[in-house]
Ligand binder design. Structure first.
Ligand code: TYD
Ligand code: MG
Length: 485
C-alpha cells in the first residue's frame, strides 16, 4: 500500500511504512501541510532558519518567523492542445497623444497591459505620466492617477501649468490596494497611473511599502484586477543608484513593458526607451527636453546637440552615435592640460570612464601619444550620454587633437571601435550613421575600412589603425597656428 505525495514532497520520501506508528504518520502529514520560514520585515527576503542580520539587505533584528501553508497540488483541467488551433487576440493599442511616447510604445498602450516607467528620482517620471494622463483625458479617456508621492493639490498645480485639465482626469490620494481596487471597479478607466508603486500598501502584509514582498504582491494583485477588465496600468518605479527597479529588479518579469527614462538631470536631453516590450519593438527611443512648460519632444536631437558647437576647435570631434536605432550626432570634446597635482587625472563626463582609459592606453602604446604628464578631460557635450565602443576612435582623435592643438576640418566626423592592438573595428548600423552625417551637412567621415558605402556626396575615409586615423584626420583640419592667423 502506498500514500500519494502530499504537497511538494517527492514520492520517494513519503511512503507508507507498516512499521511506523500511526502517530508518526500524522506528524509527517502536518509537517507536510505547513512549513516555517523566516522573513525579513525590511526587504522580504526569506531564510530557512533565523538570523540576527538579514543576508539580503544587512538590516539587524529584522528577520522573524512566518508560517507558510503549502498548497495542495491541483489537477489541471486544461489539456494540452496544438498551438496552431489557439485563437489569436489582437488588441489595438490606444494612442497616448504624446508623440515620443507613442513612438516608443509602437502606437500606444495595449488595453489591459501593464507598463513600468523606471528612472532615477528627479528625472521627470511624474511630469511625463501627468502629461500622458492629460493628453489621454483630453480625447475623452478616463485616467486615474494614484498620487502616492505628492499631495493632490501639488499634482493639480503642476497639471494646471502643463495645460487645460479635463474632467476625466481623476486623482486618488489613498495608496491602499483595496482603495485602488474599488476605484478601478467603480470608474473602469482606460488608464491607471500609479506614482509610485513603492508607495502602495497591501495591508494583509506587515512589510513596509516599497519592500520586495509588498511591491511584488501589489503588482500581482493590480494585474489580477486590471487585466480581465482591459484597464491599462502605468506604474512608476524609482531606480536606485545601482540601477535596480524597486529594490532588486523584482518587477521586470511581472509587467508587459519596461520603459526606462534616463539622461542628464540638469539640462541635457532625456531618453525614453523600452527595455522590454511584449507588444512591439524595443529599439525606438523618444527624446525629450525638460522646460518650464514640462517635457517637450525633441524631434531633431542631432541638431540640438550640435547647436552650440564651435567648428574648427582643437579637441572637438563629431561622432554619429546610435540611440536605439536612431542615429544622433554628438560632439566629443577633449582637453589636455598641465598636471595640477603630483599624478595625472582623467576626468570623464557622459562617456564610459573605462572606455576613455582604454583609448588613452591604446594611444600611448600603439600611436606614441602618452598623456601621463597631463590632466585629461573628455566629455560628450550638451549632457549627452554615450556608452558604445563605436565612439572609441572619436575619443582618440579628440584627445590627440587637444594634445597637439590641431583641429579636424569642421565637416569631418569620426566613428569606429578600437581594439587593444590599435586596430579600427567595424560598428553596428554604419550606413544609418553615415546618412545622418550627410543630412546634417557633413561631407567626410573617417570610418572602419569594412565600412558600407556612404550616401552620395559623403566621402568615406576608410582606416585600419588609430595611427592612420590620426594622420588623415588631423591633416584634414588647419594647424592651430594657421587657424588663429
Ligand atoms: P519630476 O517629474 O517630479 O521627477 P520624478 O517624478 O522623476 O522624480 O520632475 C523632475 C524635475 O523637473 C523637478 O525638479 C522639477 C522639474 N520640472 C521642470 O523643470 N518643468 C516642469 O514643467 C515640471 C513639471 C517639472
Ligand atoms: Mg515623482
Amino acid at each position: 500500500m502506498r500514500i500519494d505525495p502530499i504537497c511538494a514532497w517527492p514520492p520517494s520520501i513519503v511512503r507508507f511504512n507498516a512499521a511506523w506508528p500511526s502517530q508518526q504518520v500524522l506528524i509527517l502529514l502536518v509537517m507536510a501541510k505547513s512549513r516555517k520560514v523566516f522573513v525579513c520585515r525590511a526587504c522580504g527576503a526569506e531564510f530557512p532558519s533565523w538570523t540576527g542580520q538579514c543576508h539580503s539587505c544587512d538590516e539587524w533584528a529584522s528577520v522573524g518567523e512566518a508560517a507558510v501553508t503549502a498548497s495542495t497540488p491541483s489537477v489541471g483541467t486544461n489539456a494540452a492542445r496544438p498551438l496552431a488551433e489557439v485563437g489569436q487576440e489582437f488588441s489595438l493599442p490606444f494612442p497616448v497623444g504624446v508623440s515620443e511616447v507613442d513612438r516608443v510604445l509602437g502606437g500606444g498602450f495595449a488595453p489591459g497591459s501593464c507598463s513600468l516607467l523606471a528612472g532615477e528620482p528627479g528625472i521627470g517620471k511624474s511630469t511625463l505620466t501627468l502629461q500622458i494622463g492629460l493628453s489621454m483625458a483630453q480625447v475623452g479617456a478616463t485616467v486615474v492617477l494614484i498620487a502616492g508621492e505628492e499631495a493632490p493639490s501639488q499634482v493639480a498645480a503642476r497639471a494646471a501649468r502643463l495645460g487645460p485639465v479635463p474632467e476625466s482626469l481623476l486623482v486618488v490620494e489613498d495608496t491602499d490596494l483595496n482603495a485602488i481596487r474599488a476605484v478601478i471597479e467603480q470608474e473602469k478607466p482606460q488608464l491607471v497611473v500609479v506614482d509610485s508603486i513603492q508607495m502602495v500598501r497591501d495591508s494583509s502584509l506587515d512589510n513596509e511599502p516599497g519592500s520586495v514582498r509588498q511591491v511584488k504582491s501589489v503588482v500581482r494583485q493590480l494585474l489580477d484586477i486590471a487585466k480581465p477588465v482591459g484597464v491599462s496600468l502605468l506604474l512608476v518605479g524609482h531606480v536606485t543608484k545601482d540601477g535596480a527597479i524597486a529594490g532588486p529588479r523584482v518587477l521586470e518579469h511581472l509587467v508587459d513593458t519596461v520603459l526606462s527614462f534616463d539622461g542628464e538631470r540638469h539640462g541635457g536631453l532625456r531618453s525614453l526607451r523600452a527595455i522590454k516590450h511584449r507588444f512591439g519593438p524595443t529599439d525606438e527611443v523618444g527624446v525629450f527636453e525638460m522646460t518650464a512648460e514640462g517635457l517637450q519632444a525633441v524631434p531633431d536631437p542631432s541638431d540640438r546637440y550640435l547647436q552650440d558647437r564651435q567648428a574648427g576647435l582643437a579637441g572637438s570631434v563629431v561622432f554619429p552615435s546610435l540611440n536605439g536605432r536612431r542615429p544622433v550626432l554628438v560632439e566629443i570634446q577633449g582637453l589636455v592640460g598641465p598636471l595640477a597635482g603630483p599624478v595625472g587625472q582623467l576626468s570623464v563626463q557622459g562617456l564610459s570612464h573605462k572606455r576613455v582609459s582604454l583609448v588613452s592606453a591604446v594611444l600611448a602604446s600603439r600611436a606614441g601619444r602618452a598623456f601621463n604628464r597631463n590632466d585629461v578631460f573628455c566629455s560628450a557635450a550638451g549632457g549627452a550620454s554615450i556608452d558604445e565602443p563605436a565612439a572609441d576612435l572619436a575619443i582618440a582623435l579628440a584627445l590627440v587633437s587637444a594634445l597637439e592643438g590641431r583641429p579636424l576640418s569642421p565637416d569631418v566626423a569620426v566613428c569606429g571601435e578600437l581594439g587593444l592592438g590599435g586596430e579600427v573595428r567595424n560598428v553596428p548600423q554604419l550606413e544609418h550613421r553615415l546618412q545622418e552625417l550627410y543630412r546634417m551637412g557633413f561631407r567626410t567621415a573617417i570610418a572602419p575600412s569594412a565600412a558600407a558605402q556612404g550616401p552620395t556626396g559623403l566621402t568615406v575615409i576608410a582606416v585600419d589603425t588609430v595611427s592612420e586615423a590620426i594622420a588623415l584626420g588631423l591633416a584634414s583640419g588647419q594647424p592651430a597656428a594657421a587657424a588663429a592667423a
